[in-house]
Write a new protein. Structure first.
Length: 100
């Protein structure tokens, strides 16, 4: 799974009115850093800044280490793979040692 680091709980909001429906909308985003892989499947040495979209009633992610939850992947309305990042806390080192 992809590693993610959240370093701030600041949430940026984008507000507007939908051109299609005429209804107001709010997009809530939080900054994070994610470690990706190259085309050969090797981890990149440095993280990349990403924006996480939060649900309307979702609290921001707390500062800390996370992994990308498998629930982030789904089939969209065209049957294609889509991603909506959902994070779960990374296991603490003591928990990892117990699981081994």
């Amino acid at each position: 799974m992809l590693k993610v680091q959240v370093e701030t709980t600041v949430v940026d909001e984008k507000r507007g009115t939908s051109a299609k429906s005429g209804k107001p909308y709010v997009i809530r985003e939080q900054e994070a850093w994610m470690w990706f892989y190259n085309r050969d499947g090797k981890p990149q040495p440095h993280p990349q800044r990403v924006r996480l979209t939060l649900d309307d009633d979702q609290n921001p992610y707390e500062i800390g280490a996370y992994i990308l939850d498998p629930a982030s992947l789904y089939a969209d309305r065209f049957g294609q793979v889509a991603i909506r990042a959902r994070l779960r806390a990374a296991a603490a080192p003591a928990q990892v040692a117990k699981a081994a």
